[in-house]
Design a protein around this ligand. Structure first.
Ligand SMILES: Nc1ncnc2c1ncn2[C@@H]1O[C@H](COP(=O)(O)OP(=O)(O)OP(=O)(O)O)[C@@H](O)[C@H]1O
Ligand SMILES: Nc1ncnc2c1ncn2[C@@H]1O[C@H](COP(=O)(O)OP(=O)(O)OP(=O)(O)O)[C@@H](O)[C@H]1O
Ligand SMILES: [Mg+2]
Ligand SMILES: [Mg+2]
Lengths: 460, 460
């Protein structure tokens, strides 16, 4: 009379779609577009391709829209297309590498929401790079079993050199409320991804074109081994179960980031584990001892942030100038740091005067792995830092025309929600954001002082 | 070279445990205890049993604790024990019925976090009601495959009449920071569940006893059919695939809440669907038309909140008096309402003076389905309502000793996070919370005015 049952992850996120950012018709349409644009940008960067992305939103019925997103990325190989769109918790972003995607959820949630509001299937055309064929797939999601339900599948010869992906689906949403957020999202995406060309056509037929402002792709992020400091027991056991090494020194050198022979030997001696021990023979309390000591051992080299792909001071400044046309801009790229074994870099920009609007509060623009974050600002670590700063100490008062830009890149962004709305406050990240903002605040203060002095000079 | 893979839901919540409330060592130990106490309370209420719950936290190592939770609930049947604790997205709360649990996640996340920090297994003793045997199970979670890994399984004859559950596991956490929140959580649980007896033993060996203050169980919540207003295409299709009815009138009457013969016929005529049509023969656009019309059709009866189990004005007032010893208490149970087809009831209490501490902001106590919510107050719908009220209109000024209690019960609480920290702002819920608070504010205003008048009388 008490019924015990299991549900699929698709069923879980269907019933609890608030958790994935689909809590009302306005956020649903915003989140759907956001997830698809991020998939396209990731797909282009994965192939080192200058992104060309087109987003078309057409009204087909009252509150019902057809959304089309096209890109020139690497596409999806023939055998992965259905799972990429029909199976929740499936994707290519489960790696230790900087990317916008990470959950294996976003694109599929967009279609799931579309399917449950319009009953229409998803149409995908995939031209995987290096494949002469183009695949045309129509599918639904079988939510209870978390698997794709194929409706149509054809292939044709591809046009010479075309590669990329087209997705088309229908969704019920509040376009009128969502419109300004979607446009703001695309504008900010153009700022933080100046090498991308984005075209957007809205339901009224208006075309917005955001051309690229640089012609060069940044160096791509690379995959890294886990850093010893961030490892927990589960990760450790998985590495043991897959390792080909047969002694502890090779084990540490092979599987952990920047652990060399000397460091491994010194560490093992200090922990009291034999250098020649076969890792598969470690007992549970030895594993626990290793993991705990790895968290606190001082001699490990810090994570190398060469694997990351930040925007860079030059491009961030150019983007801010283009966006706001301010009188003064200061940008700072903080030195690389890490939290829990994950490398990260914080980039901060501050703009003053010119086209920056005056307001009671400092305008805050937040980005994480080149994703603009538009909602839930109050709880974000950047907003907390701004609230905690004594701005008067830098002669910065309420009502001044100031905007702050914070961009965090990492192999692992600590999002607090599956809808990627805001970032948790990890102390190491908070420290770097604070230092970046204060560095900009000091530069702004000197600029204001110089201007005031120059004004006084002219008055004499 | 691009690697496509699927991960299990256990793996997803392991990698993204911030999303489930396990983002730092303090919140982890708090959330773990919270989830287990709520499981025990649900298990007692499921059997109409006056809850007796004991929570023991012992320090076994620096920052490592053994947690034991015991209850006298209905226990878990022999064949469901392992899945209840070793398989994420498995449970008995996937029904249209008011309960603290809903995700099939909470208890398991507590053990998962314990396992990855301490490598120790979970020990469960289950005495399912009506079973002469008691089952003793030790298991680990196989996170990658989302299934239990059984280590030991024995059974013995149960002591006469004992039923319930004992869970023991180890966890690394920041007890010192978590302590006050855990004690506050248990105190507030005692307030909102006055029929429960809770004992808590902390690592210092101090025993806190919260005896029950009423001897009578409230009438239990009951399961309801989905209300037509809340149904989406996916739910509709599932009902069709399982229905035994063969005409649309029976289909509507059998599967939807409070739809009678007359209402069903009238609705079908209005939508233009034949009364005799076999529901399994509905075409996709007929389904879409039905679902859309069901959302807006005015003649459906509103959801019946008899299925809900609120605390009641009398018990809420008694709990507030016991907790704060105020001079004035006003409690209000709002009439039942619904959002998206889910019935809900809002109960509000306001306390003033006496033991209520003075503070700049009104102290807010939040509860949902008898769960105290201690974190993320700012974003909660109740906090938003309080911020939006013109308190001066009710002669209520900052610094007065005022506390507000808001309790929401529903078959479906719209939590914004898997950690159940705060409630989304659905307009219908917001309206009822506002009305409840204003009703209390008016009563408080009259009380204050009477006191001031009496004070002036005495002065003459
Ligand atoms: N436009 C695209 N081009 C190429 N591959 C794509 C595209 N869109 C999706 N994919 C593939 O489908 C996978 C699943 O996408 P989905 O958005 O569901 O999850 P994700 O991007 O991995 O993670 P997240 O949930 O964080 O977005 C991606 O990992 C990627 O491999
Ligand atoms: N103390 C207990 N007594 C009886 N049954 C229990 C107890 N604890 C857990 N269970 C059973 O195990 C199931 C899974 O518990 P779990 O906490 O993982 O999920 P849930 O309570 O269903 O949902 P939520 O994630 O919202 O807590 C419950 O649904 C219940 O059937
Ligand atoms: Mg994605
Ligand atoms: Mg639970």
């Amino acid at each position: 009379e008490v019924k015990y049952e299991a549900i699929s992850p698709a069923d879980f996120f269907y019933r609890n779609r608030d958790i994935a950012g689909f809590d009302n018709p306005m956020r649903a349409i915003y989140t759907a577009i956001r997830e698809l644009v991020e998939n396209s940008l990731d797909a282009c960067e994965d192939g080192g391709i200058l992104p060309e992305i087109m987003v078309i939103v057409e009204e087909v019925d009252e509150n019902t829209f057809k959304i089309t997103v096209m890109d020139n990325g690497i596409g999806i190989p023939r055998d992965n297309i259905q799972s990429c769109f029909g199976q929740i918790l499936y994707g290519s972003k489960y790696t230790h590498r900087q990317a916008r995607g990470r959950f294996g959820l976003g694109g599929k949630m967009a279609f799931l929401y579309g399917q449950i509001t319009t009953h229409k299937p998803l149409h995908v055309v995939s031209a995987p790079i290096g494949d002469e064929w183009v695949y045309d797939v129509t599918l639904r999601m079988d939510i209870q079993n978390n698997r794709p339900e194929l409706l149509e599948w054809t292939r044709r010869k591809g046009k010479k050199g075309w590669h990329g992906l087209v997705v088309e689906f229908y969704i019920e949403g509040d376009w009128i409320r969502a419109k300004r957020y979607i446009l703001e999202y695309i504008k900010q995406t153009a700022l933080i991804t100046p090498y991308a060309a984005i075209t957007f056509v809205d339901p009224e037929g208006v075309l917005y074109f955001f051309p690229r402002s640089v012609e060069k792709m940044p160096s791509p992020p690379t995959e890294v081994l886990p850093h010893p400091r961030g490892v927990d027991v589960e990760q450790f056991r998985r590495i043991i179960s897959e390792t080909k090494t047969r002694d502890m020194v090779s084990f540490l050198r092979t599987h952990f980031h920047r652990v060399g022979k000397k460091t491994a030997e010194k560490f093992l001696d200090e922990v009291g584990i034999s250098r020649d021990k076969d890792p598969r023979e470690l007992k549970p309390d030895e594993i626990i001892t290793l993991v705990r000591k790895m968290k606190t051992y001082k001699e490990f080299l810090p994570p190398d942030a060469k694997c990351l792909s930040p925007l860079g001071e030059e491009l961030l400044e150019a983007g801010i100038r283009k966006e706001l046309n301010p009188d003064f801009v200061k940008v700072v790229q903080r030195p690389p740091s890490s939290y829990g074994g994950h490398p990260f870099i914080v980039e901060v920009g501050m703009a003053y005067g010119g086209g920056v609007p005056r307001s009671e509060e400092i305008a805050l623009y937040r980005f994480a792995n080149k994703i603009p974050l538009l909602f839930d600002e109050y709880k974000d670590v950047s907003a907390k830092v701004i609230r905690s700063i004594k701005w008067s100490r830098y002669r910065i008062k309420p009502g001044m025309p100031i905007a702050v830009f914070v961009h965090l890149v990492s192999t692992n962004i600590p999002f607090k929600t599956a809808g990627k709305e805001f970032i948790a406050d990890r102390p190491e990240i908070e420290v770097e954001i604070r230092r970046g903002i204060l560095e900009c605040a000091r530069a702004l203060m000197r600029y204001i002082q110089r201007k005031e002095r120059a004004a006084r000079e002219r008055q004499r």
